[in-house]
Design a protein around this ligand. Sequence first.
Ligand SMILES: *Cc1c(COP(=O)(O)O)cnc(C)c1O
Ligand code: SF4
Length: 372
Amino acid sequence: MEENLREESEPPQKRFRCTQKQWNDWNWQISNRIRTIKQFKEIFNIDPSTLKLEEVIKKYPFAITPYYASLIKKLDYTDPIFAQSVPNVFELEDSKYLVDDPLNESEEMAVPFLVHRYKDRALLLSTTTCSTLCRFCTRKRMVGKKECHISSKRLEKIKSYLLQHEEIKDVIVSGGDPFTQENSFIEEILETLRPIPHIDIIRFGTRVPVVLPQRITPKLVAMLKKYKPLWINTHFNHSSEITPESIEACRKIIDAGIPMGNQTVLLKGVNDNSETMKELCRNLIKIPVKPYYLYSADLVRGSEHFRTPVEQGINIMADLRGRLSGIAIPTFVIDAPGGKGKIPILPNYYIGKKDNLHYLKNFEGEEVIYPD
Ligand SMILES: *Cc1c(COP(=O)(O)O)cnc(C)c1O
Ligand code: SF4
């Protein structure tokens, strides 16, 4: 079954029966996502009944951009791209801790589609659309089911809430993926938020540079540029996602003066070991995207098979420290169940205090004493 969808001998355009021009067009990529069993069979040439896809997608839809599918090197769940995007029968096996909305976002909305958890920050859920549906998505309850974005009327309501809350300095535009929408919609959001005087920064959370890099067009970037200061956080989980196309997408954004960070999810079988994580973080700073958070997988239904012991995350963090540039090291966090916020988890470097002395441990495990 081993087969490289990106072999030199067969460019992906041939497999997807399209021209180079279509391939480079993000609208073509969105319209031609792999979303049905029939398409799956045609493109991957695997019998989907062996994977029991039909049962899984009744509950959780799937969508993969042709571009992201072309990164698959091996047609099974040991491939990091395949594992992240192809439905898995294990999604139907939940443990008792898993829920639909682990971060309690639906309950906590200040106004529809705005989560105001931290005093100074608010999270705007702008759309339910993603170009590629990640199988481990925290927002599986809403993403990909009915594809839409928030209306102008709703945006106005969000604006009045924000105007009344001067403590909010930072708005995170998330979804779904806001960059799956047309420039005009993204600009409408920016035109809504930018005039609010107390909002310092606007952030976008988007996986488009990873799963649909064609979307980062010169026009989009020229539009974004008018609304700085902006920050963009993207979502690379594995080095095999760092391609000439994704590097170019990040370069365009960064060249426009918009800094980029990365949020990775710790995923069993994809990146749950030090070597893979080290390679990812090292490659990210080269393109140059700052590793920001490493998330322990949320307790969301349909993702049990991706969950990794917390100790594994701590061990990876201990392995990174001292062996990788400080700027390449993300903060490992657990986004606490019930919407209690992000909790950083560190290997234990602080042993304790006795008299005036602090007992510490360095990256090599040596004890260090530091007086007050
Ligand atoms: C993650 C998150 C934020 C942003 O947190 P930072 O630590 O500032 O990146 C804001 N609001 C909500 C609801 C979040 O989940
Ligand atoms: S890009 Fe984010 S919101 Fe969209 S499916 Fe993936 S994890 Fe979920």
